[in-house]
Design a protein around this ligand. Structure first.
Ligand code: NAP
Length: 282
């Protein structure tokens, strides 16, 4: 059996077309969704993520700006900038690109963002609402994965989802969203014993580790759905996932590629959150 490859770019393109229409409607009511991204320092990967966000915003008709602050920016200067944006009625969404330089406390910065403008969904208030199953800004990567599963009509109810990775931005919220949708969830991480035994139980395997080709066919049950979140640059300069795609695709029922899998969905869900913020739905 060879898995159906889930084309994240295709799903994202369709969702973005719908968002473009929504934004056009809002404009008729005089609302132009506006996203402000703060980029501190010049990490090349962060710069590239930020330009992807600007491009997507433009495509959908969302107004966006990037505030670039230098590497030596103090924590207080960044907090002051966030306070100013919190007060600005024309700014609907605020995103501080992570990681921040080591002298700045990320938790403090995330907590300084007005939760009603926290389009990354990282503020403790929004994380709490997500846990309670309340309407809120959902973290973009796990939300995007749910949308991919929905697009392929993959039933989650009662399914065993195994997640490898427990970061605050991917693994933990991923498990919570799947639980909210009635999956049975197991989290694995670097201290998990007998990882392969765990992964072989998965109907749905989500891999967010950050190690190229960490998962191969021996980790995967026949017919499992495999979602590869990892983005790893290998020696030849190309991007690859955490899953050995060629091996696993022969065993899985569905699989996401890297690139063009989860990545385009993350940015798309950020745009969705920005539109929600402009509509004050949260
Ligand atoms: P992270 O914060 O580094 O977390 C990695 C997780 O993997 C940790 O929970 C860690 O366990 C676990 N882990 C590490 N080694 C392991 C092992 N040998 N066995 C089992 N678990 C292990 O990374 P992240 O931010 O969640 O990102 C994960 C990957 O997804 C990265 O490649 C990142 O670039 C990518 N990513 C992609 C998108 C996208 O839109 N496509 C978005 C975000 C992230 P411990 O907690 O025990 O250390």
């Amino acid at each position: 059996m060879s898995a159906e490859v889930i084309n994240g770019l295709e799903v994202a393109t369709k969702l973005r077309a719908e968002m473009k229409e929504k934004v056009a409607e809002l404009k008729k009511e005089g609302i132009i969704p506006h996203l402000t991204v703060i980029l501190v320092g010049d990490d090349p990967a962060s710069k590239s993520y930020v330009s992807g966000k600007e491009k997507a915003a433009k495509e959908i008709g969302i107004s966006s700006e990037v505030i670039r602050m230098n590497e030596k920016t103090t924590e207080q200067q960044l907090l002051d900038k966030i306070a100013e944006l919190n007060e600005n009625e024309n700014v609907h969404g605020i995103l501080v690109q992570l990681p921040l330089p080591s002298h700045i406390n990320e938790d403090k910065v995330i907590e300084a963002i007005d939760p009603t403008k926290d389009v990354d969904g990282f503020h403790p208030v929004n994380v709490g609402k997500m846990m309670l199953g309340q309407e809120t800004f959902l973290p973009c990567t796990p939300h995007g994965i749910i949308k991919l599963l929905e697009a392929k009509k993959i039933d989650l109810e009662g399914k065993h989802a195994v997640i490898i990775g427990r970061s605050n931005i991917v693994g933990k919220p991923m498990g919570q969203l799947l639980l909210n949708l009635n999956a049975t969830v197991t989290y694995c991480h670097s201290r998990t014993k007998n990882l392969q035994e765990m992964t072989n139980l998965a109907d749905i395997l989500i891999v967010a580790v950050g190690k190229a080709h960490f998962i191969n066919d021996s980790h995967v049950k026949d017919g499992a759905v495999v979602i590869d979140v990892g983005v790893n640059r290998i020696e030849d300069g190309t991007l690859t996932g955490d899953v050995n795609f060629d091996l696993v695709k022969e065993k899985a029922s569905f699989i996401t590629p890297v690139p063009r899998g989860v990545g385009p969905m993350t940015i798309t869900m950020l745009m969705d959150n920005t539109i929600k913020a402009a509509m004050r739905l949260s």
